[in-house]
Design a protein around this ligand. Structure first.
Ligand SMILES: Cc1ncc(COP(=O)(O)O)c(C=O)c1O
Length: 399
């Protein structure tokens, strides 16, 4: 029987499925948050890779304000201009020809799997419906996504889970070769494992997956919910790998804080989503799409993307310097401004609490030794320096 965990703050009407900090941010600007007591926090977490342009970006506010006085919602029986424009922009900037909009990473992944299965169904290949997934994967919390994911804790108590998934070992091509068959509809993978601590697929592995998928006439689906939108220094991480998927998902950074998900696909596959096959009431919401369009425009500029590369070097140097000085980390894994750090001795949960006290926000990753940094992609040098001053103090408080 699972132990009942009572949150330390059981004073709200919210369900207790999160364990939030004791303070409540009420406003944010750039990479600084302020709580209701006026304390400030340097935000190295970025709302888990969401606020890619920091908080209250003036250009995002401008387009949101303008759209808010024009049109909030129409049903999907009607087009709306922001959704049309965002889909065209994504099609122009990525491998995709067509985009399905939803509200979250969960839904984007759900649509990706449905699309892959439907694509083969339409060809009369009814048995081609198996999906190969990976060890340490995280794809979201819906029934489909916990079934595809590899976390026991996330599955516990929620069975029966969905069938049709076969699990291979991340970064191990042989394990994929062993289970792929003519029944395989798709290989579904995060090119870089996010929740598991920023672990990169190797280049030969992803290239190998592309080849195996082609050989078995299966689709390759990338979950770029966390790795997309400039996080790794290219608009989407597949661009850095030079391996193109057939379907890919986006969410998190796409809206810069507005809830939006997107499933990107090549035209011949997207054709499987004919009227009536799939849908979402809020998918393609004009407010979310107008903001996302501005986010993509800003992030895909060379200035921002090369800035990510420079800032990554700055973060790496500072983390390595702390390790040299304090023997702090056993491993630091960077994928652009998306960094997983394993502490040698301290617990990450203790560090996070101490960081809060010092006015710094970082995020937990797999297990209790790893933290994740996913700051704004345009965080300033001043904010980085201030954040690291607080980082050092937070560490010193707990050793
Ligand atoms: C790789 C990946 N896929 C899917 C999801 C689920 O996204 P959402 O929480 O928006 O449903 C997440 C969320 O952390 C994620 O990191």
């Amino acid at each position: 029987m699972a132990k009942k965990i009572i949150n330390s703050i059981d004073r709200t009407a919210l369900t207790p499925n999160y364990a939030p900090a004791w303070f409540t941010p009420i406003k944010g600007k750039k990479s600084i948050l302020w709580d209701s007591n006026g304390n400030n926090y340097v935000d190295f977490g970025g709302g888990i890779a969401v606020t890619c342009l920091g908080h209250s970006h003036p250009e995002l506010i401008k387009v949101l304000k303008a759209q808010s006085t024009k049109l909030w919602h129409v049903s999907n029986y009607l087009y709306n201009e922001p959704a049309l424009e965002l889909s065209e922009l994504l099609a122009k900037k990525t491998f995709a020809d067509k985009v399905f909009f939803s509200n979250s990473g969960n839904e984007a992944n759900e649509a990706a799997i449905k699309l892959a299965r439907r694509y083969f169904y339409d060809q009369g290949k009814l048995e081609k419906n198996e999906i190969i997934v990976f060890t340490d994967a995280f794809h979201g919390r819906s029934m489909l996504n916990i079934s595809a994911g590899d976390s026991k804790i996330q599955k516990t108590g929620f069975g029966p889970l969905l069938k049709g998934f076969k699990r291979a070992k991340f970064n191990d091509l042989e394990s994929v070769k062993k289970i792929i068959s003519k029944k395989t509809a798709a290989i579904f993978i995060e090119p870089i494992l996010g929740e598991s601590g920023i672990i990169r697929a190797t280049n030969p592995f992803l290239k190998g997956l592309r080849k195996i998928a082609d050989k078995h006439k299966a689709l390759l689906i990338f979950d770029e919910v966390q790795s997309g939108i400039g996080r790794t220094g290219t608009l989407m991480s597949y661009m850095g790998y030079g391996v193109t998927p057939d379907i890919s998902t986006l969410a998190k950074g796409l809206g810069g804080g507005m809830p939006i998900g997107a499933t990107l696909a090549k035209k011949h596959i997207a054709e499987a989503f004919q009227p009536g096959t799939h849908g979402s009431t809020f998918g393609g919401n004009p407010l979310a799409c107008i903001v996302a369009k501005k986010v993509v425009e800003i992030i895909s500029s060379q200035k921002v993307l090369s800035g990510v590369v420079k800032k990554t070097i700055s973060f790496s140097k500072k983390l390595n310097a702390l390790t040299e000085k304090y023997n702090m980390f056993s491993d630091i894994r960077t994928a652009g401004l998306w960094i997983g750090c394993d502490f040698k001795t301290v617990k990450s949960s203790n560090f996070i609490q101490s960081a809060y006290k010092e006015g710094l926000i970082v995020v937990q990753a797999a297990g209790d030794k790893t933290i994740r940094l996913a700051p704004s992609l345009i965080i300033s040098d001043k904010e980085i320096n201030e954040g690291f001053k607080r980082f050092e103090k937070a560490y010193k408080n707990i050793v």
